[in-house]
Design a protein around this ligand. Structure first.
Ligand code: SD4
Length: 289
């Protein structure tokens, strides 16, 4: 093949990254690979930060955000979606089957049902129990590295040299009902430009959104910066806008068209997965602090 496929994923989502990496090795397109890859974690009830089994908002509702972006520059996203296990696939259908890029809440749910998705209660007994414990104190503080696995953001470069990305999450634990994070906001939680590369973000979405960080990282790569330099410069921008960065985590992951990878986070503890040449490994990110 002209290009050696690469797949990278936020945190230690071993299985999801391997699934997508192996699909790329079998000539699957980057777009299909990112969708199939992140679905592994959406389905996984033991993971409390994505899809099924996700941590609910403060009122006890699991509400999901997701986005997908393909090599043709097109994108789709869903936000505040409930009772649907695979928001990434809903996002893809919005991209492919509607004149729009984003659907939210009840409208996104109706669209999903009309397109063959089945309703499902996503609040696992375990997540419900933890929420009930949380209700006793109702402390609202972003947790820095939730169990070391969190929002799943994935970037794939396929054998044709085409790139796609996906991002899917149940968002911040115990967020306000109706809160939407960075993950479904194109340019914030995810951005891909097939001429340059792609970036994904995880951590405190409010900070990522106000800096449109994934778009910024891709634009820095367009100017000739490496993925690593681009992640670091975007982080400098982000922390320059909020002096209390010691109190929250943000992490970036980027991939360029040459298959080079970069990552940067505020606090130690962010890791990412990389699949290349049949090796699937977990790598510790450089951090600011
Ligand atoms: C959000 N960025 O909803 C997501 C959550 C996350 O690590 O990635 N936490 O703000």
């Amino acid at each position: 093949p002209a290009f050696k496929p690469v797949c990278i994923t936020t945190w230690n989502f071993h299985e999801a990254n391997k699934k997508a990496g192996k699909l790329l090795d079998n000539k699957t397109s980057a777009l299909d690979a990112v969708e199939q890859g992140v679905r592994v974690e959406e389905k996984n009830i033991k993971n409390h930060t994505v899809g099924n089994g996700g941590t609910p908002d403060r009122d006890g509702f699991v509400t999901l955000d997701a986005s997908i972006m393909g090599p043709d520059g097109d994108c789709g996203s869903v936000a505040f979606l409930q009772n649907i296990e695979h928001p990434i696939s809903v996002a893809r259908k919005i991209m492919e089957r509607t004149p729009h890029k984003m659907l939210v809440g009840k409208g996104a749910y109706s669209f999903a049902i009309n397109n063959g998705f089945k309703p499902k209660n996503l609040l696992s007994p375990e997540s419900r129990e933890k929420w009930e414990e949380w209700l006793e104190h109702k402390d609202y503080k972003p947790i820095i590295n939730i169990e070391n696995h969190d929002t799943i953001g994935m970037l794939c470069l396929d054998q044709n040299g085409d790139m796609a990305g996906a991002c899917t999450t149940s968002g911040l634990a115990y967020k306000m009902h109706g809160r939407v994070g960075d993950s479904p906001i194109i340019g914030s939680g995810l951005f891909v430009d097939n001429e340059v590369g792609g970036a994904v973000a995880t951590g405190l979405g409010e900070e990522i959104m106000k800096n449109v960080s994934s778009f910024l990282i891709v634009e820095l790569m367009r100017q000739g910066k490496s993925p690593q330099e681009s992640c670091e410069i975007a982080m400098q921008r982000l922390i320059s806008k909020n002096p209390s960065y010691n109190d929250f985590q943000v992490a970036f992951l980027a991939l360029n068209k040459k298959g080079e990878v970069g990552s940067f986070c505020i606090h130690q503890g962010f890791t990412f997965m990389k699949y290349a040449k049949t090796i699937n490994e977990n790598i510790s990110s450089k951090s600011l602090l």
